[in-house]
Structures are given as C-alpha cells and as structure tokens.
Design a binder for this molecule. Structure first.
Ligand SMILES: NC(=O)c1ccc[n+]([C@@H]2O[C@H](COP(=O)([O-])OP(=O)(O)OC[C@H]3O[C@@H](n4cnc5c(N)ncnc54)[C@H](O)[C@@H]3O)[C@@H](O)[C@H]2O)c1
Length: 409
C-alpha cells in the first residue's frame, strides 16, 4: 500500500487489502468496482455481515474469506468498505479508524436512528431538532476518529464521480463559472433493501436515501466553484423543505407498481437550499416514479447551462416487441418492463460513477492525497439533510445548516 519514489516511478510495497462489511446490494457493486481498478494492486480479501448465510454466499461466489465478525477482519485489511445500512455506519467506521484502517463509507454518511433499544421509535413522529443535533454529532464523531487516526475517509457518493458531474466540475473550474441555481432529482419506484423503509435502520426515507445523491453532487460543484474562484469551498447555509408520505395517504390507490411497505419514512421530498454566497439549489426525491431510475441534475450558471443525465440517457435506444426474449438481459435500473421502447444503459455502473469512485479512493489511499468525495461532502450532506427534516416538521420554515467547525478552512 505504501509508495516509494524510485527513479521517478512510484513503487507499490504491497497490495491494498480491502474488507467489505455488509453483503447486500452495495457490497455487490462495490466488489465489481474493485475489479475495475487499474494501476494499483488492490484485493478484496474478505467480507463480514450480520446475515451469516448471505455473507457466506457472497464470499463463496467470489472466492473470498467470510469473517465471523468485524473484529476478526480488521487486523488483516487496510481498508474497511462499509456497505451496511446507515444505522451501522458510525459504529463500523469508528471501529475501523481506531484499528488503523482507511474507511470507505456508503451514503448516507450517518444520521439518527432512534434511542438505543427503543422499539416504539417512529422516525416520522420523532422531534426533528433532537434528530438534527444527534445526526450532526454522529457525523462529527466519525470525522474526529478519521482525523485522529490520520487515515482516509472516503465518502461513497457516486454522483460526484459520474462522468457528467465530473465534466461539469471541469467546465466550472476552467471557465470560472458561478452556479446561480442548481436543480436535481433522484426518484424511482422504491429501494430493494429490506432495511429501507424502517427509520431506525435507514435514518429516514427520500431525504436521506435519495435526495442525498443530487444534493451532494451540488455541494461538491459549489466546493469546486469556490476553490476555483476564491480558493475556499462555498458551503451550504440554510434550507427549507417539505416531506410527504404519499403511498400511506389513505386516498392512495395502489395499482401494484410501486413499493408501499414503508413503516415510518417519507416517500417524497423537496429541498430548497441556500449557499453562503446567496445562490440556490432545489432538490427533489421520491419513491413514486415508474419507468426506471430518474437521476439528473441541471446547472444554471452565469456563463453556461448544463444538463447532467445519469439515468435515463439516450446512449442506446431499443425497441423490443416481446418481453420474454430479454429475460436474461439487464437493461436499466428499476425499469418496469422490457417491452416496447427503452433506453438501455450500455455501462450503467460507469455512468453512475461507481468504478471511478473506487479508483479515486484507491489512489487517495495509495498516494496520501484526499479523495474527491471526502469529509467535507460527507459532513455537509448530513447537516443539510437533517436540517431539511427539521424544516419539513415546521412546514418549510428556513433552518440554518450546522457545519462542523473542525472542517472550516
Ligand atoms: N450509492 C448507491 O447508489 C447506493 C445504492 C444502494 C445502497 N446504497 C447504500 O449502501 C448501504 C447498504 O445498502 P444495501 O442496499 O446494500 O442494503 P442491504 O440491506 O441490501 O445490505 C446491507 C448488508 O449489511 C448487513 N448488515 C446490517 N447491519 C450490519 C452490521 N451492524 N454489521 C455488519 N453487517 C451488517 C446486512 O446483513 C446486509 O448484508 C446503505 O447505506 C445504502 O444507502 C448506496
């Protein structure tokens, strides 16, 4: 993992060993991304998960070691890749930093999951001021553990690495553009994770689970703009938000096409964000949108306008007259039918930024530089998302975004 300068060339002393925590959806696409890393010797050596049978199956299919516990895995890996649901992000990440590992942590960075052991907790009815304070405190504890250990905190917000978002970052930075208004959305017909839908496991619904993606890409672009312009990131300042529980509205008529088994989370949100330079962003997210994942961002700058389409894109347009003949062909995330016209994603992982994200993290660990998506994006996203919950509780009243003083530049 360590690098030496030898004759102008960097030489790897040993390979980087990765251990994955969690063996569900995110673990699968992270594993695939590690296989695509180039120029750095990386090996996923093992996995651990509280679902032992899923863990063994995941390990068996990939010929890696299933570890009985995180404690067993920590001494034999350099990086812990935290692919657990949000409720476990802090405990797993802090334990990994304390053991001297670098950490990759999935979104949402962290949040509020209810009082320990309180089975009567319902996130949608819990006071949001307390949630905001606790979520921000949790984020600060992880950041403090990362700083103390001097290891890398890699925040797995793949939208930051989507080629369209990276291209916009380049345009902004080289043209010294200023974002006046950013608009974004992530929506689909419901997450496949069983943990999603239960606040004490997921930390919330559309706000933390979906709006985090376009929101964090926008936070990142404003950081890039600020660095290019003033050498200082532009940070979020205040937020107004609304949330709704559309599929639990007694007047909702269920036709069977949307996931509806949410316990205590919202399935729709809109967030209006004001930055410290007075410019604004609007982010939408919901679980009530059919026709495939709807991932997009539009940037209205003072010198250009950009549409970043992650899904759908029109790289390919397909007409299929008969559903069954494509039964074995993957077309697009969460597309409801393969019959008729569709826009298959030829390399969806790449367009979503998954391999580029892991490549950047491995380079950051190998060279000692910061990842593009690190502490600032992670920390600021938690502040905005939980300030949004407080605003929504107050039916849209503006709420100040608390920022971690340890990250003030
Ligand atoms: N970036 C993206 O596009 C994207 C997509 C899907 C999920 N995610 C994120 O990835 C994380 C995992 O989501 P998922 O869809 O893989 O969920 P999942 O429910 O499919 O898998 C979670 C895994 O973690 C394990 N687990 C739960 N608690 C644990 C603990 N305390 N210790 C060890 N293992 C534990 C479960 O047994 C399971 O194997 C979530 O934070 C989610 O928001 C991100």
């Amino acid at each position: 993992m360590l690098l030496q300068q030898g004759g102008g060339k960097r030489v790897m002393e040993k390979n980087i060993r990765v251990g994955i925590v969690g063996s569900g959806n995110a673990a699968v696409f992270h594993y695939e991304a590690y296989k695509r890393v180039t120029g750095i010797d990386v090996k996923v050596v093992g996995v651990t998960s509280i679902d032992k049978s899923q863990c063994n199956d995941f390990a068996g299919r990939r010929n890696i070691q299933p570890f009985a516990s995180l404690d067993d895995m920590l001494p034999v890996v350099d990086i812990v890749d935290n692919c657990t649901p949000g409720y476990a992000h802090e405990a797993v990440s802090v334990a990994a930093f304390e053991a001297g590992n670098h950490v990759v942590v999935e979104k949402p960075f962290t949040g509020y999951y209810g009082p320990e052991g309180d089975d009567s907790f319902h996130g949608n009815r819990f006071p949001k001021q307390k949630m905001l304070e606790e979520a921000v405190a949790s984020a600060r504890r992880i950041i403090a553990a990362a700083m103390k250990s001097n290891k890398k905190l890699c925040y797995a917000e793949n939208w930051i690495y989507a080629p369209a978002v990276q291209k916009e970052a380049e345009i902004l930075s080289k043209s010294r553009g200023q974002i006046l208004w950013a608009l974004g959305d992530q929506s689909h017909s419901g997450s496949p994770s069983p943990a999603y839908g239960i606040w004490k496991l997921s930390g919330g619904g559309s706000v933390v689970g979906k709006s985090c993606h376009p929101l964090t890409a926008i936070l990142y672009l404003k950081q890039i703009e600020g660095m290019a312009f003033h050498g200082k990131a532009i940070r979020p300042k205040a937020v107004s938000a609304r949330t709704h529980e559309i599929t639990r509205n007694p007047r909702f008529v269920d036709k069977g096409f949307l996931r509806t088994d949410y316990e205590d989370i919202e399935d729709y949100c809109q967030i209006h964000l004001i930055f410290d330079d007075g410019m604004v962003a609007d982010v939408f997210a919901s679980e009530v949108v059919m026709g495939g994942v709807h991932n997009w961002l539009e940037i209205f700058a003072n010198n250009h306008r950009a549409k970043c389409n992650l899904s759908p894109t029109n790289a390919m347009e397909l007409y299929n007259p008969k559903e069954e003949q494509l039964a074995e062909v993957y077309l697009l995330e969460k597309i409801g039918t393969k019959q008729g016209w569709s826009t298959p994603a030829p390399d969806e992982s790449f367009v979503f930024g998954y391999p580029q994200e892991i490549q950047d993290f491995m380079e950051a660990v190998a060279t000692g530089r910061e990842p593009k998506s690190g502490m600032l994006a992670a920390s600021d996203s938690v502040g905005v998302l939980y300030a949004a919950y407080l605003s929504a509780e107050r039916k849209g009243t503006e709420v100040e975004v608390p920022l971690d003083p340890a990250l003030d530049s």
